[in-house]
Design a protein around this ligand. Structure first.
Ligand SMILES: [Zn+2]
Length: 257
């Protein structure tokens, strides 16, 4: 059933959400005030600096993919889990010359603050994936906002910006309310995706590779997860398959701007 559903899900027919694993409730999130608005024109930034959110004229508020004429895709990762597996994944990407986007969960950064710098130092992009990875679309507005700003505050403290992108937790698409709250927190766009790797179900590296390569198209935004050994093992053959189709793995900002 899962196998049979994989292609359909990857093609977007099913909204599987992000990470089927339940997260424990760690109590109410702490609201720490609004984040600054994103900058419009950025000054020159040194290599490995965190990029602030970017408004991309012409793109919808909720982004599922980049231009279909692009010769590139964006591999985007739920940022949580064993830091050894996360570091191994980043190393595999870098060995192949790939850049990825990691949407970090705020409480993971509390436990692993060094990972923010590690991700940026690899030339990758950082984003916000809420503070506790709750079912954000089911939360009251104040709680949902605190989930967004709680992670934004941690990113700002560690990197100087609130991260380039916001991705809602436990859902593929944000509700109108969550989209408005993300904008209020400083993110002009919400980052969805058009290819679901289903890697969080741990189906094994060959299945992850097949699911991604069967569904990926030029301009795709692919959802993957840090913290899963099968995903680490699947990454080199995924990157090899992309390369054979003339597709580079680039940051989300590079894909859409
Ligand atoms: Zn997630």
């Amino acid at each position: 059933m899962l196998r049979a559903a994989a292609s359909a899900a990857a093609a977007g027919a099913l909204a599987s959400g992000c990470d089927p694993h339940r997260d424990e409730d760690r109590g109410p999130a702490r609201a720490t005030g609004p984040s600054p608005s994103p900058v419009g024109r950025e000054p020159h930034r040194p290599a490995h600096a965190a990029r602030p959110p970017t408004r991309v004229p012409g793109l919808p508020v909720q982004i599922e993919n980049g231009p279909r004429e692009a010769r590139a895709v964006a591999l985007t990762f739920h940022g949580r889990g064993d830091p050894k597996l996360a570091t191994a994944l980043l190393g595999e990407a870098e060995r192949a010359g790939a850049r990825v986007t990691v949407l970090v969960v705020g409480d993971w950064l509390d436990a692993q603050p060094q990972m923010a710098r590690r991700i940026l130092d690899g030339g990758h992009e950082l984003g916000n994936h809420t503070l506790h990875h709750r079912d954000i679309c089911a939360l009251p507005a104040a709680d949902a906002y605190a989930e967004i700003t709680g992670c934004a505050d941690r990113l700002r403290r560690l990197t100087g910006t609130i991260g380039s992108w916001f991705r809602p937790s436990q859902t593929r698409r944000a509700t109108e309310l969550v989209t408005q709250l993300a904008r209020k927190a400083g993110y002009p766009h919400v980052l969805s995706y058009d290819v679901d790797s289903l890697d969080a179900n741990d189906p094994g590296a060959p299945a992850v590779r097949r699911t991604v390569l069967d569904a990926v198209r030029p301009g795709s935004v692919v959802s993957l997860h840090l913290g899963h050994a099968g995903t680490v093992a699947a990454l080199p053959p995924i990157l090899d398959g992309l390369r054979r189709r003339g597709l580079r793995a680039v940051t989300t900002t590079e894909l859409v701007t």
